[in-house]
Each structure stands twice: as C-alpha cells, then as structure tokens.
Design a protein around this ligand. Sequence first.
Ligand code: GLA
Length: 747
Amino acid sequence: MTFRTLQSAVRNVFVIVVIAAFGTALADAQTPSSVRYDQQNRVFRIDAGGMTYAFGVNERSELQSIYWGGRLAESDPLPAAKSERELASFDSSATTTLQEFGGWGGGMYVEPALKVTFPDGNRDLVLHYVSHTMSKDGFVVTLKDISRDVFVELHYSVDETTGVLGRSAVIVNRTKEPLTIEKAAAASWNLPGGADYNLRYLSGRWAAEDTVNQQEIRPGKTVLESRRGSTGHQNSPWFAVERGHSNDEDTGDVWFGALAWSGSWSITVEQDQARQIRVTGGYNPFDFAYRLAPGEQLSTPVFYGGYSHHGIGGASRLLHRFELTRILPQAPKPRPRPVLYNSWEATEFNVDEAGQIKLAEKAASIGVERFVMDDGWFGQRKDDHAGLGDWYVNPQKFPHGLKPLIDKVHSLGMDFGLWVEPEMVNPNSDLYRKHPDWVLNFPGRPRSEARNQMVLNLARQDVRDYVFHFLDDLLNKNDIAFYKWDYNRNWSEPGWDAVATDQQKEVYVKYVENLYSILRELRARHPKVEIESCSGGGGRVDLGILGLTDEVWPSDNTDPFDRLTIQDGFSYAYTPGVMMAWVTDSPNWGNRRTTSVEYRFLSSMQGSLGVGANLDKWTPEDFAVAKDMIAAYKEVRETVQHGSLYRLISPQHDSEYSATESVSLDKRQAVLFTFLHSSSKGYPFPTVHLRGLDPARQYRLRAIHDAKAAGAPEVASGSYWMAHGINVLLRGDFQAAGFILEDAAGR
Ligand code: GLA
C-alpha cells in the first residue's frame, strides 16, 4: 500500500494529528494541541508552525476548504463551511465550491482529485463525509460516494515545527464489482481567493536541471508533470505560489508543496472561472488506469504542503528543515555527508585495480573520506554498449575481485562506494539473452533503446527479486558503505504483457512500489549503507526517493559556473544537505570553460562536497589548494548541510553576481559564498548584507583560502554584518570568495 509504505519510508515519526472519533471535540491524550475539531460547526483546524489550515463539512456533506495561511489566534473563530452558489447555469456548485478532495461527478469541470469508471458504464462519483477517526498514522477523514460503496480515506499529518502537512488518499472498493481508477490525486490544495498570485516552478533537461520559472497565475492551467515513468529532469514535483510578488527573497506570503513520488506524476495549478486557485497533484492521469477488484484499495503518494510568511526564502528553509528532520532516512539528525571522490570523470569506463588504487591514494592525501568507483567495473562493460544487467566483477579489470581495492581504500582511512544501475539492461548482456521478456515492451513492437539500454520491468516480482538479490549479495560479500544508484534513461513502450490487459497500466504504480521496497529492504538488512539517487544527473529527485536515499546527484553538468544556477534552483525545493557537488577538471568537459581550482571548490562547497577530477593530472599547487579547501569545508559543512540557507544574490537571469549564506541553527557560525561572472566597467562587487545572524552577537570574520574583503573589521556584531555588510573584493572573470563568520567569544 503506497500510503503506508511511503509513510513508513518517510519515518512517520513526525507528529501526527489525531482526531477523536465521530465528531467529539479533540481532547484525547494522543491529540496534539495543534489540531481541533469544532463539532458544532463541523470544522477541522490545524495550527502548527506559522500556519493555520482549516476545512469543514458543508451542508451537502462535502469537505470544503475554509482557510490556509498565516497562523490565527486560537480564539479566532472559523465559520462552518458553506457551499458556493452556481455561476449562472453553466458552472455548478460542484465546480465553484473548493473541495478538499473532489470526485469527478455532479457537474464538476475543474480538476478532480479522483475519477473512476464502473463496469456498468457509470462514471459519476460524488464524495460525501462519513466519519473521521484517529489512528497511529494520523487523522483520517472518510468519504463515500453518495450511492456506491466506494470509500476514500483522506490522511492528514502535520509537522508541529515547520507546519508542513502531509496529505494522501486511500481509495477502497467495497462494491461487488471491479472498478477502474483513471485519475487519483493525493490532494487538492486550495488557496485563499481574491488576490493575484505568482507561481514558481522548476524545469530542465539533462545537464541543465532546476531552472527557476516564475509567472503570474492566469485563468487556465499550468501542468507540471512527468510521463516518463520516473520523476524526470523536465519538471521537479514541487511548486510555490506567492501572493503578489515581493522583490525580497524573505518577505511575502508563500504556499508551497512537494510530491513524494518517483514515478510519473502531475501537479496542476489552476485558476478557475471564478479566479480561485487550486493545486491538485498525484499520479499522472496520462495513460493511467488502476483496476480495483472488490475489497482492494489504491493508496496515493503523499503530497506535502506548507506556508511561509517569510517569502520564498522562508518557504525553502521550512522545506529544508522538514526534509532533514522528517523525510531523510537518517532524520531527524542526518549524519554529515562525507567528502567523497568519484572516478567517473577521471576514467569513465576504464576502471581497473591499479588505476583506482592510484586515484584513491591521491584522494586520501587531500582529505577525502569516501572513495567511489563509478561505472565500468562489472560484466563486459567497456563502454555503454554492454554489461548492464550482469553484476559480476569484471575479471580482466579486477582479477582478484574488489577486495584488494576496498582493503586499500580502507587502509587509506576512507570508506568505499560503488556505482550501480540496477533497473537497466543492455541487449548485449547475459541477462537480456536469458530474459528478453524482462524489459518493458509491447510484444511485436520495437523496443526503443536509449544509451543502448532498456528498462527492466521492476513491477515484475522476478525482476524485483533479481535486482534485490544482486544488490544484497554485493553488500554481503564486500565491505561497501555506499551505492551510487543510477538510472540513465526514461521509459518507452511501457508494456507489461505478463498480466491481464486491464491491469497493464498499473505498471506506473507497481514499478515504483517495488523500487521503494528494494531500497527499504536493503536499508533494513544493511543499516549502515548509504545511497545516492542519480538519474543521468538530477532525473530522480523528489521527496519519495529522499525518504530512502541519503543524497542525490543534481546534474551531470559539473561546470562550476553552470552549477551556480542549477544549485540555486535545486535549493528552492531541496536541502543543500543532500546536494552532491563535485570539483572536476578544467576546462570543463561539457562547455570547455576554464576556471580556477578555488572557484570550482567554492561552487561545490555550497552543497555536499565531492571531488570528481582526474587527480593523476593535478599539479602540486592544485593538491595544496584542494587540501586547504577540504579542511575549510569540514569546518563549515554542518552549517552548509544542516543550517539555514539565505539566497542573498540570485545567479538567475544572467546575473553577473551571486551570493549564498548558510547560518548554523545556533547562529554561532555563518558561511558566505560569493561569485563574480565577469567585472564590467570597473564596478565593484555589490555590498553583501548578511541575513539571519544574531544581531547582538559578536562575529569574527575569517577568509576561506585567500578571499579578501575591503575594510572589513576582524570582529563586529551581527547587526554590523547585516546592516553594514561586507565589501568582497572580486575582479576579473569567474572569480569567487568565501568567508566564515564565527562567534567571537567562542560561545
Ligand atoms: C550517469 C551519471 C554519471 C555517471 C555515468 C556513468 O550519466 O549521472 O555521473 O555515473 O552515468 O555511466
């Protein structure tokens, strides 16, 4: 069941709202004070973090949104829900009334949350409130169709600290016939009406992920989606909606949401004919059908949503905090990410024992803590034409197995990680020759290849078992601390002919459920193993996969300047604590841009630092700078990875400048990274005004490596650094400087 499995995947320890059964006021001992039910008005109300969220049962028994926004006083009354009138005869009340979770029926034209077809041809579904209950998972409101025994359980959970809500639905068929679900959203989020709103969303492609888009919400719909079988590079399952448009990152009212699902998904942002804004998201209805036999149920992914009164900056910080404390497998206190080395850009497929050992020795000498061998170590893998699917160690490259390399890596004081791409197969592999039926395909149709590979149908139990066992086996037989789990193409011809025709489209759900179950079982059996989610860069980043992996690879684009915008976009939705960023070689392989080692390090130090360069070609000076930078990074990584991020100067829209600052939770340390694209006409770098410091505290300014600031005092108050600011000295092309501010009294 997706909801329960996802909930456990996200370590469902966060405070869960509990509601007393059947209309009684919430006074149960398990009930957090954040939740109240007004029995008289039939209003559910959640006050958590800086927000209040309320909905009620209207006079027709539909669940109707009442309020979502800044936190109200406890004494503030909220009225009973009352349905909206129709708009002339053309838009029924089912369309004008903001429902929490509307079935498609009764004359609804806006985006429904649920659409079904019954075997007798009936496609009308009108959901009414039946009851609400508490459970250890949260509070659940049960709806039922007005005449048929189709039930929908709406699950609500709330994180007390951030006010982030989790919403999902379980659709249960208690009729005597099967039915087909054609669309199942996790939730509809309805925004307060009567204002102009701006939408932010992320778009991209391979090597160009996470562009921040901003547009006024106009009548009609914007659909963010993936039809690719996995999360995809094209859009990220995240949105943020701002009331009006503040020019300041940290002011303004912002509503945001993120979908925890790593398969095809959609989020529809809609301004309806009455200018109301609704955001509905869940499984992508495109090519979707899920058959529910009598007694069966379908659970949707969880759609998380939150509100910030502190602008888009505040919204990101809430989401980062929520991910770190509630979503990640190591939540609420994830271990800091180790500095890693990865061999991919150095050797590509040409890995062997001697070459990897040489690189490992050099990596250890600069302070690397984890050595990761990338693609090329298995099967008959010489290039991307062969080998995927055959997960035995290549005997020519590693005649003694992986042990000598792993032992060497350990003796150098590092742990060992390995690249895998478990869901893929090359036609030129033993696996494909043995099991050609294991790939997604429509019999008799072409099987399109991408990067010479096909996608294994993980929805099949035999494929799931094969994948689990080889991954488990590798961990049993080798001392491996980390998997880089790659996924280098999207689906084509998504057929699953081993099941009945009317069940084949369930592949969109069952594939991802099996992916999650493999990750969950591996983690349970090998609690120390850490996993990175990679999909040709950032093609599989979402709150679902983040519940089961420790970090992600945001982009194959490792140019440090391009990375500034990719990383900036990434940070709108995801914490820098999971954002791997490698220092690679210059000129960059992708765009031939030349940058200094310092610049490359400072760009990567904004996230979770790694090195992916060919160390065999580095000069002694490169090694010296790297050692210095890695040492500095270790001093600040807790702040960068787990602190509060302020995007001070945006790199977006071809900005000449950019700056980010991270502040530790106790405000004793802050780190500033500044970047100049190119000086023009002798203008200085803009004064950087820090944010989020303790105004009364004295902070000492320290340069990372050889950074310089004009006229900056050694020690000054938080007020000084925020109000007066720092005049960073940067001149030329692709220049960068980093600074650390630390509590001067050492407190
Ligand atoms: C993908 C990854 C890279 C590298 C290659 C290996 O492109 O994103 O980092 O691992 O695969 O084939």
